[in-house]
Design a protein around this ligand. Structure first.
Ligand SMILES: Cc1cc2nc3c(=O)[nH]c(=O)nc-3n(C[C@H](O)[C@H](O)[C@H](O)COP(=O)(O)OP(=O)(O)OC[C@H]3O[C@@H](n4cnc5c(N)ncnc54)[C@H](O)[C@@H]3O)c2cc1C
Length: 344
């Protein structure tokens, strides 16, 4: 048996692409027991599905291809797609500007279940390797070898290993000659050095509308002290642009009254300016806590349909590619937009 298409993964990007190929013999393989494991937990179970302000400037890339990808299928297309399937996301901007949420992630999982009903699924199965011989891909799994004419790698990144994440996408890419942009946890909290251990005493306190400057990027949003360091929307987005070194925090960006306990601790432990607080994170909370992985398959080594420039009929879509969005629905939008580019 040779499938027309095998897709590694049954997450957001895989499901969107499968829905476009219901006339073909398609198999999706996933180590999870069901579709959309990550969609289910996204946005705290309410799935921040897209963002009103989605364009390529919200991603850590300068690739022209990414611009084209969003021209082809953007946030408006996504909302139209959802409405056509009787799902009506709501704008909820308390934490991130322009964010659209569902009532529950189940809404979109149910849509995908319906519109991929002609695809086959192989769950609880680990993909271990892929190779090609006489134009047929051989996918080695924890069960049998599976054969296909086309292979789509939609295996995501390294974040949340508990939901099936693995490095198989990068391994396959490298095997076919691709370079992999250095991977790191992103949209994740920061741990602190000894100098900022006082942050931990403030665990649970949040400050509204802080601005964090990382290089030239200014990331705004709430700032949350945690028992390990700091988190919250401003930190999560800043972590996308941070590699090493210091960032500048403006705790007074919106001239609000600061929490008393924070003011007292700041006076006690720091001689710095509240508007220009220089801070060098020790590191991040790691892949177990990171919403996404930055780095991955080099986008410029893929053609305009996201097919490998080195191997015909091999495609990469979604988070496995070295394109990562800010907090606010940008990463699911990327998963959907990149999946749709294969068909236009
Ligand atoms: C807690 C959390 C909350 C999030 N919230 C949001 C949000 O609200 N909005 C937003 O835009 N983004 C959010 N994200 C990010 C978003 O969910 C992902 O970027 C997106 O789902 C990626 O889609 P994907 O199809 O590329 O990969 P994934 O959805 O990760 O799918 C990849 C699939 O491949 C499978 N797989 C991997 N390796 C193997 C293997 N070797 N064998 C078999 N199967 C394998 C995995 O099990 C997985 O199911 C969140 C992420 C997390 C972790």
């Amino acid at each position: 048996l040779i499938y027309d298409v095998v897709i590694i993964g049954a997450g957001a990007s895989a499901l969107m692409s499968a829905s476009m190929m219901q006339d073909k013999k398609v198999l999706l393989i996933d180590s999870n027991p069901d579709i959309g494991a990550k969609i289910k937990v996204s946005g705290g179970g309410k799935c921040n599905i897209t963002n009103k302000y989605c364009d390529d400037t919200k991603y850590n890339t300068s690739s022209r291809l990414v611009k084209h990808i969003f021209k082809n299928f953007n946030n408006l297309h996504m909302l139209k797609f959802l409405n056509a399937n009787n799902v009506y996301p709501r704008l909820y901007e308390r934490l991130v500007k322009g964010a659209y949420f569902l009532n529950t992630s189940k809404e979109i999982i149910d849509v995908f279940r319906k519109i991929t009903s002609k695809s086959e699924f192989l769950f609880n199965t680990q993909v271990l390797d892929a190779s090609i011989k006489d134009d047929i891909f051989c996918i080695t799994t924890s069960r049998d070898n599976i054969y296909s004419h086309k292979l789509i790698v939609a295996s995501g990144g390294l974040s949340y290993p508990i939901l099936g994440a693995s490095d198989i996408g990068y391994k396959i890419a490298q095997k076919f000659g691709h370079s992999i942009g250095k991977t790191n946890p992103a949209l994740v909290g920061w741990s602190v050095q000894r100098e900022q251990f006082w942050f931990k005493e403030l665990s649970g306190i949040s400050i509204k509308d802080v601005e964090i400057k990382v290089g030239k990027k200014v990331c705004s949003g709430d700032f949350l002290f945690t028992h390990r360091g700091c988190s919250g929307p401003s930190v999560l987005t800043a972590s996308l642009y941070w590699n090493k070194g210091s960032v500048n925090i403006d705790f007074l960006a919106c001239n609000q009254e600061l929490p008393k306990r924070f003011k007292q601790a700041f006076e006690k432990h720091s001689k710095q300016d509240l508007r220009k607080y220089v801070f060098s994170p020790a590191g991040t909370f790691g892949y177990t806590k990171a919403e996404v992985t930055k780095g991955g398959v080099c986008v410029d080594e893929l053609n305009s349909k996201l097919e490998s420039k080195f191997q015909k009929n091999l495609y990469f879509i979604g988070e496995v590619i070295d394109v990562t969005g800010e907090l606010g629905g940008y990463n699911l939008q990327w998963a959907f937009s990149s999946a749709m580019k294969m068909f236009n």
